[in-house]
Design a protein around this ligand. Structure first.
Ligand SMILES: [Zn+2]
Length: 132
């Protein structure tokens, strides 16, 4: 027989007391159970209506559950993705790192990250003149 809490704060008489469980028989078969206050005799409609005291049963939420979901990217790491790196080479089939000669993802983080420069010398008319 499972251990059941018997301690209640009776909603009828307000007593810090216990319940009495009595089986209900129909003929010779048990059909249910009455749960009543031993102080005032109030019969509770169902198990759900019994004002059981909190006896510290299993807790659904633990401390570990509360400290979940930590944001991975700090503001420092943002912008250090391969996508923003000068070594990042993208073509229709593959994304590559020109420095490490390996396939990368645009969202990868790299220790050898080097920001792509804003100045594009190939479109600089002065650079063209100097080159040729
Ligand atoms: Zn009572």
């Amino acid at each position: 027989m499972p251990k059941q809490s018997m301690a209640i704060l009776c909603s009828a008489c307000g007593a810090d007391t216990f319940v009495r469980r009595e089986p209900i028989y129909e003929g010779f078969s048990k059909t249910g159970e009455t749960i009543s206050c031993i102080s005032c005799g109030h019969v509770f409609e169902s198990e759900a209506d019994v004002p059981f005291k909190d006896v510290g049963g299993p807790k659904i939420f633990s401390e570990a559950d509360r400290s979940k979901a930590v944001e991975i990217f700090s503001s420092d790491e943002k912008g250090r993705n391969c996508r923003h790196c000068c070594h990042y080479i993208v073509n229709p089939f593959v994304q590559r790192c020109g420095l490490h000669q390996m396939e990368v993802q645009a969202s990868d983080l790299c220790d050898s990250f080097s920001a792509k420069g804003d100045d594009d010398t190939e479109d600089d008319p002065l650079a063209k003149l100097l080159k040729g």
